[in-house]
Design a protein around this ligand. Structure first.
Ligand code: ARG
Length: 467
């Protein structure tokens, strides 16, 4: 070896300890998926019961064998749920662990269960069932988060705050309107969830290894029994397709990005400098050294979870990108990515719903910030267009001069005197002050989807009818 030491083969110090028994142990470790695919036990058993029932109905196995198989599988289900099942890595994966146990329980009839199927269509079925169920859970979690946001939006439909672009004060908005922006995002996530469920609603079992089977199976029957719209239409595609997992991860990644942006705002808003909100103790922590601090840990972790969820999507895309049809063992690496993303997404959504419900909105701080930074400058320009007939570009220029004057006098636009404003443009009258306050600014924006409290209340009502 380059460093002059001798390669000690299977007694190599680096791996000799862990893989003391050599290549067999290494192969077992790299090959086995039972460590993570045991999560699919319930789906595997459901799929097998449906398959055995179909085989018996088609006269491919006897009713007697089918009864034994179903009974045995139900026993295994209760053993696993009671924690009494011994998973073996030697048996590689959940499919073989269950089949081996079935053989011990019912004898030779167990061997008939695998007629007209393969682990390739079996795993495609189990995993698809799991992902479908997870999407239903995601939908419920998002519904709850949206409900929390709708309540906050309703409570704060009139609460003014600065709206930002480039994180610079732009125009006053309401906090309710801002919350409703997230309702739109999570609402789109929900609709993506439903589309993903619809796309994956086809049943893989019966594709067998890749070519289908010569047995007279009834794939429509198993599809219906397992709650799918129809069987998949191409057996080669069926065992090589992981779009359903990729779609789950895409949906999860986009949702995680939404959560992360919201988390980022919560981090910013809860700084003493902004002071727009106060997080509850339940979702923040103190510092072990600086007693004045209250850290938005939950928001920071929600923001960070996005990294691993998006990472899972990139991982599975990369796993799949070079695979020839049909099944390759590479595809076994799909599950941990999906399980990890699912677990963390659920947690992040729940933490976000909790933070939204528990946060205190500091209405006075928001109002003070909303009025500073010349946030009603656009209202002045619009007024000049509407009431004085100026072209918008000229109004923009006049307003710029008013802002410069206010800056020079260290006051807000609304604090300038009428004389000050007249010195800039003589068409300005007393009435201009009606639009220079943040409340007037916000109330005037009644265009569809605008920030006026009346409009925001309409949007809340629309969502309440749908969420
Ligand atoms: N554990 C395997 C997986 O997760 C099951 C399918 C195995 N199929 C095979 N032909 N070896 O993908």
């Amino acid at each position: 070896m380059a460093d002059g030491t001798k390669d000690a083969g299977s007694s190599n110090q680096m791996w000799g300890g862990r893989f003391a028994s050599g290549p067999d142990a290494i192969m077992e470790e790299i090959n086995a998926s039972i460590g993570f695919d045991k999560k699919l036990y319930a789906q595997d058993i459901r799929g097998s019961i449906a398959h055995a029932t179909m085989l018996a109905k088609q006269g491919i196995i006897s009713a007697e064998d089918k009864d034994k198989i179903v009974q045995g599988l139900n026993t295994i289900l209760s053993e696993i749920e009671a924690g009494r099942f011994e998973f073996s890595r030697k048996l590689e994966d959940i499919h073989m662990n269950i089949e081996a146990r079935l053989a011990t329980l019912i004898g030779p009839a167990a061997g008939r269960l695998h007629t007209a199927r393969s682990r390739n269509d079996q795993v495609a079925l189990d995993f698809r069932l799991w992902v479908k169920e997870e999407l239903v859970r995601t939908d419920a979690a998002l519904t709850d988060l949206i409900a929390a946001l709708l309540d906050k939006a309703q409570e704060h439909a009139d609460t003014v705050m600065p709206g930002f672009t480039h994180l610079q004060t732009a125009q006053p908005v309401t906090f309710g309107h801002h919350c409703m922006a997230y309702v739109e995002m999570f609402g789109r996530d929900r609709s993506r969830v439903r589309h993903a469920i619809d796309h994956m609603d086809e049943c893989p079992i019966g594709a067998a290894a890749l070519a289908g089977t010569g047995f007279r199976i009834d794939r429509h029957m198993t599809a219906e029994a397992l709650g799918f719209r129809s069987p998949t239409r191409n057996s080669i595609d069926t065992v090589s397709d992981r779009d359903f997992a990729l779609e789950f991860l895409s949906v999860a990644s986009i949702c995680a990005v939404h959560l992360s942006r919201f988390a980022e705002e919560i981090v910013i808003w809860s700084t003493p400098q902004f002071g727009f909100i106060r997080l509850s103790d339940a979702f923040s922590t103190g510092s072990s050294i600086m007693p004045q601090k209250k850290n938005p840990d939950a928001a920071e972790l929600v923001r960070a979870k996005t990294g691993r969820i998006n990472g899972s999507l990139v991982a599975l895309l990369t796993i799949m990108k070079g695979l020839p049809l049909a099944y390759s063992k590479d595809m076994q690496e799909d599950k941990e990515q999906v399980f990890d993303a699912a677990e963390n997404l659920e947690l992040a959504i729940a933490a976000m719903a909790g933070m939204v419900r528990d946060m205190t909105v500091r209405v006075d701080r928001m109002r003070a910030a909303a009025g500073s930074g010349f946030s009603t400058a656009t209202d002045l320009a619009d007024w000049l267009v509407r009431e004085a007939g100026l072209p918008f570009r000229d109004a923009h220029h006049v307003t710029g001069r008013a802002v410069a004057l206010a800056e020079q006098k260290a006051c807000d636009l609304a604090d300038l005197s009428l004389d000050d404003l007249k010195s800039i443009h003589d068409a300005i009258t007393e009435k201009v002050f009606d639009v220079l306050t943040v409340d007037a600014s916000v109330a005037s924006r009644t265009s569809f989807g605008g920030t006026a409290p009346s409009e925001v209340r309409k949007q809340i009502a629309w969502w309440r009818g749908r969420n």
